[in-house]
Design a protein around this ligand. Sequence first.
Ligand SMILES: *Cc1c(COP(=O)(O)O)cnc(C)c1O
Length: 384
Amino acid sequence: MTLPGLAAFTRPMSASLERFAQAKLADLDAAALRRRLAVTVRGPGAEAEREGRALVSFSCNDYLGLARDPRVVAAAREAAARYGAGAGGSRLVTGNHPLLPALEARLARHKGKEAALVFGSGYLANLGITPALVGPRDLVLVDALAHSCLWAGARMSAAAVLRFPHNDVAALEALLEQNRTGRERAMILTERVFSMDGDRGSVPEILALAERYDAWTLVDDAHGLGVVEPGERAPLEMGTLSKSLGSYGGYLCASRAVIDLLTSRARSFVYTTGLPPASAAAALEALTILEAEPERAARPLRLAQRFTARLGLPEAESAVVPILVGTAEDALALSAALEARGFLVVAIRPPTVPAGTARLRVAFSAAHGEAEVDALAEAIAALR
Ligand SMILES: *Cc1c(COP(=O)(O)O)cnc(C)c1O
């Protein structure tokens, strides 16, 4: 038997692929839109260490400070010791360890729904939900500022996808009026709290409209759960275990029949490995804490409102406050100036946000102290 020569392992890179990647990177650099990874170690409190520097982070979605809570960490550790590090298979094969149905029952109860389904992440949940419910003969209406994964799910469904101006219920109604007839099923996709703007979706108005046009509303509650009062529930309530619950994973809460249908038909549920037991155990413990400690849950919004009052900004509606800057370059410069003063506030650039609206996205957590919030407000006031 002859072994392949060394050359087989060091085959040259594809020249056209290299040219493509280099040219694309040059474009991104020129537009200040290239993204780079920075190694970050979080905690204790709201601290984050980056490149050897301790910063106070205002860029974490761990709104309730539960990712490092000793009770949550202990639950994860015990689950890993008992059930192992990974699920070992799809949930429909052998990956459905007992913590997952337990977590689903608790999520459903928390949301006042009949049932829930846990996915590998919030992104995977949104990739699976819409295509399992609508198809080529149907209509999907999506808020212009909806998260990338809501759009991805809508497009994967192969339905006609229309964008409605952000939170514009009148425009949504006009689109339904013009496009609903002749379409079998229709969905409306929105968010309870918009991830990059921190404002709240007009959920009650949309639900009323949806009823009139027989459309099914999917509300993404990624930034609402545990932080803002829930308000009216949609028939489809999805979210993530990765933000206020401090863990990892995603979920949908809905009726029993819808959950049973998705269990069979959501491709991002069926064809992927189940959530690791430790992630489910951590989320379950976090949900218990969230329900038991309302003062913790109230804190991020209160701190956000303290911050907006100090800076004379419109009152915060959630734990997320945008500081609009404009160009990507200016947003990066403001972020760097804050980092030099000990604050981690990451710049958000297109295509995450529309062109010309690059910003700092300030996220508040129960782990922040009032003094930290005031210090950030002062630093921003001085730099703007
Ligand atoms: C973060 C986020 C998601 C994705 O959740 P992951 O669990 O992080 O994949 C979905 N929708 C919105 C609005 C989000 O902000």
